[in-house]
Ligand binder design. Sequence first.
Ligand SMILES: [Zn+2]
Length: 279
Amino acid sequence: MPELPEVETVRRGLEGVVVGRRIVEVKVLGRRTVRRQAPADLTTRLVGRTFTAAGRRGKFLLLSLDDDAVLVVHLRMSGQLLHLSGTQRPPIAAHTHVMVGLGDGTELRFVDPRTFGEWFVSSDVDSRGVPSELAHLGRDPLLEGLPTAYLVAHFAGRRVRLKGLLTDQRIVAGIGSIYADEICFRAKLRPDRSGGSLNAGEVASLAKSARAVLREAVASRGSSLRDLRYRDLAGDLGSYQERHAVYDRAGELCRRCGSRVVRLKIGARSAYLCEGCQL
Ligand SMILES: [Zn+2]
């Protein structure tokens, strides 16, 4: 599932190809992708508009329009946004749910085999450019930083495990299973520790690790897992998976201490960690 680094990579790509472009045509082929509003309503609100900015908050892409509305795109489990230029267009792939034709003759296609992804247009946007539908999201570590005091306030007295707290979008927006495990490893903390058990030094280390891991992952254009589903706008893979310290490495050796990486069950989800050097 694409997390902050993958969505940020797509956002940077969109900045170069959609900003300043007019929307000339929208085709909604998959009804489930456009479910908050009628597909015809989405189409009417987009056609004729021009993209003015490509933003992101957490795992959501926010494409601003020249009437101050925002097109929100959420990739969720398997959504892929592709930009096609060239005169020879590939045939429409299976699971293509939305197609957007731009004024320069190029095209965006949204492919999503599992159909959890979503598109909607919002006109109710606050002064930060965040649609009211996303008002519940917590801090975005790259846009707003992640101060230690903020995490201390949210972790104090909590029995919820670190993995659950880091992936709670109401606290920190953008972190999912991969980066929660990598951040806990970097901070030398077990993901099954309860939030309230961390001292101030440990929370500071976690905040610092979160910023560092996310920045490095963005620099590597995100992580493409074994399913090769995550790709950037041009269809290319990310490379951060080559640097994963623990995620999907059960049975392999920890590069920090030489112990074996294990996979633990934490409630309904799992986490990868090194029991040799994460306390
Ligand atoms: Zn280790």
